[in-house]
Design a protein around this ligand. Structure first.
Ligand SMILES: Nc1nc(=O)c2c([nH]1)NC[C@@H]1CN(c3ccc(C(=O)N[C@@H](CCC(=O)O)C(=O)O)cc3)CN21
Ligand SMILES: CC(C)C(=O)C(=O)O
Ligand SMILES: [Mg+2]
Length: 289
């Protein structure tokens, strides 16, 4: 079995200038295929609320959902580093409650690390978790769990004041012990500045070319879903949604026209093998062997 990447090795990749390739996965097949494709890390994102469970936002996603999906991912990718999102509000009731929730993602889910959205205000939580052996990945820029506060999925860090705040938040996360930071939906000037200013790797999504790695949502990368919206930040490397829809439509058509199943998909008894004796044999006039 392939050896999963470790936190120290991930940090070393930044120093060696080796880009880090991350994809989200939510279940057994997406994890198996991601590991076979040799991704450096799998993120069990709370985006599963959108792409797997059909919610409008990530806000309804529960800790139990994340544990359940992480278990399936870990079974599918036993040789890959798996990081799981702490979902909405599960790391906002103080360091102890955060530790309890993060520990469940690791003990019950099998995650190797956890991710949380936010800046300097999470320093105490990150210090406690890292001291307890729970690696923490930060997440700055667009923080989708705060969508009802922010009001929309908008590019972050465009003003000088916003950029300053994000840079100081990145420094605070590193200081508190985070092993890396996801930078979501910000200008590439800012993501490059942050990536140079800190010693831990940055993983970008919609943050341009300045980051130490990239992450994409599995369903966006593959156009896997019925209504995957075109987003500027996404590159789709396949169109699995169209492929699946066309395949299912063809199956439906073949059932309706009795083109499927054929003889080769069917099983026969010894009695049926003798056309004179079997109902099917009589029906097909001895055609069946
Ligand atoms: N399918 C999916 N992909 C994701 O990347 C993702 C989720 N779901 N759910 C949780 C969050 C929400 N995210 C989002 C949601 C919307 C935009 C978006 O509308 N992006 C626009 C830019 C908007 C602007 O110009 O201000 C784009 O075109 O990329 C980006 C990230 C990222 N995460
Ligand atoms: C977009 C990534 C970074 C994420 O947080 C998720 O998939 O939930
Ligand atoms: Mg997330």
């Amino acid at each position: 079995m392939k050896q999963a990447l470790t936190v120290p090795k991930l940090k070393a990749m930044k120093n060696q200038g080796k880009p880090i390739a991350v994809v989200t996965a939510y279940d057994y097949p997406s994890a198996v295929l991601s590991e076979e494709a040799e991704v450096d890390m799998i993120l069990v994102g709370d985006s599963l609320g959108n792409v797997v469970l059909g919610y409008e936002t990530t806000v309804p996603v529960k800790l139990e959902d994340m544990i359940y999906h992480t278990r399936a991912v870990v079974r599918g990718a036993p040789g890959t580093m798996v990081v799981t999102d702490l979902p909405f509000a599960t790391y906002r009731l103080g360091p102890e409650a955060t530790l309890r929730n993060a520990a469940r993602l690791m003990q019950e889910g099998g995650a190797h690390a956890v991710k949380m959205e936010g800046g300097a205000e999470l320093a105490d939580e990150i210090r406690l978790l890292t001291s307890a052996g729970i690696p923490v990945l930060g997440h700055l820029g667009l923080t989708p769990q705060s969508i009802h506060q922010i009001g929309g999925y908008k590019v972050q860090g465009k003003s000088e004041a916003e950029a300053e705040k994000l840079l100081s938040d990145a420094r605070a996360l590193e200081q508190a012990g985070a092993f890396g930071i996801v930078l979501e939906l910000m200008t590439e000037e800012l993501s490059a500045e942050i990536s140079q200013a800190i010693g831990i790797p940055t993983i970008g999504i919609g943050a341009g070319r300045g980051c130490d790695g990239q992450v994409l949502v599995f369903h966006d990368l593959l156009r896997y879903g019925s209504g995957i919206r075109e987003k500027k930040m996404v590159k789709s490397y396949a169109n699995v949604g169209d492929t699946i829809r066309e395949a299912i439509a063809q199956y439906v058509n073949e059932v309706k026209t009795r083109a499927f199943p054929e003889e080769k998909h069917s099983f026969t008894s010894q009695k049926a093998a003798d056309p004179a004796q079997s109902e099917m044999g009589k029906l097909y006039g001895g055609e069946r062997k």
